[in-house]
Design a binder for this molecule. Structure first.
Ligand code: PLP
Length: 273
């Protein structure tokens, strides 16, 4: 397996990043997960734009899009796979112990992981912890994912594949690695970015292609929504058949099934929408 590090391809086993890299010591880093189908990345332009937004939010230098594109192409060529997940990680680089950045430039790593097609529907739980809709990192895709790791572990313990957060004012926000949509009276709604959720790329495409509305939704909308679904790079559009103790029999329901079809068709036709 080959990864991209320090401007070129390296063997995964021998590639080395400093133990004082700030991505490791203080979580000073950002990332993107990009789906790769038959060796080609999906929606890479949108991912690069979000990477730059995240870098600016953290005060990191703008990533060089040409280099990241070259890195993705090289990694995909070196590791052929029908379906994969490119992981682009960009950190503050190695520096002193503590939070001050050092003189060294950022670290860029591009690796390819395996992935499998997700089932059409899944179970989710809600967690009592809140997303802060007004934090310094809100909306940035940083490597500070420990809260998501804890919430996802809680979901797994309960036989679910995702945990959903509300925000500090009790509104529905997002999952640990996905955005959430609900269907109410045949209309599709998703929380606005002001809820504190990540600007998911699958969320944006799904909203554009299905006409979903951005709506402030109380967390307890999950107790009465006709249908619920998740979106993410690795799930695409995935129906929810259980939220906590509430079953949603027949998931995917008709509106979700249509959204899944639309997404598959449109994404299948355009690799860089
Ligand atoms: N929300 C969070 C916290 C995420 O980490 C992700 C993706 O990893 C998403 C939402 C979905 O975003 P995307 O559709 O761009 O994968």
């Amino acid at each position: 397996m080959k990864i991209w590090l320090d401007g070129g391809l390296q063997d995964t086993e021998s590639a080395r990043v400093s133990v004082f890299d700030h991505g490791l010591t203080v979580g000073d880093g950002i990332f993107e997960t990009v789906k790769a189908v038959d060796g080609r990345p999906f929606a890479l332009t949108r991912h690069l734009d979000r990477l730059t937004r995240s870098a600016r939010g953290l005060g990191l230098p703008d990533p060089d899009h040409d280099e990241v594109r070259r890195a993705c192409a090289a990694v995909l060529e070196a590791n052929p796979a029908p379906l994969g997940r490119l992981r682009i990680t960009y950190t503050g680089g190695h520096g002193p112990l503590g939070s001050d950045r050092g003189e060294h430039g950022p670290t860029l790593v591009v690796a390819l992981g395996e992935t499998t097609r997700r089932p059409d529907s899944t179970a989710v739980i809600t967690v009592p912890w809140t997303r802060n809709e007004r934090g310094a990192l809100t909306g940035l895709k940083t490597t500070s994912y420990a809260e998501n790791v804890v919430a996802l572990a809680r979901a797994r313990e309960r036989g679910a594949s995702e945990a959903l957060f509300g925000n500090t004012v009790g509104q529905l926000c997002e999952g640990t690695g996905s955005n959430v949509f609900v269907v109410l009276d045949g209309e599709i709604h998703t929380p606005p970015l002001a809820s504190g959720c990540l600007a998911g790329i699958t969320r944006a495409l799904t909203a554009e292609w299905t006409g979903a509305e951005e709506t402030d939704l109380p967390l307890d909308v999950l107790e009465r929504a006709d249908e619920v679904f998740l979106t993410s790079t690795l799930r695409d559009v995935q129906a929810v058949h259980r939220v906590d103790g509430r079953e949603l029999p027949g998931a995917p329901g008709p509106v979700t099934a249509k959204a899944m079809r639309i997404f598959e068709e449109r994404a299948g036709h355009d690799l860089d929408p």
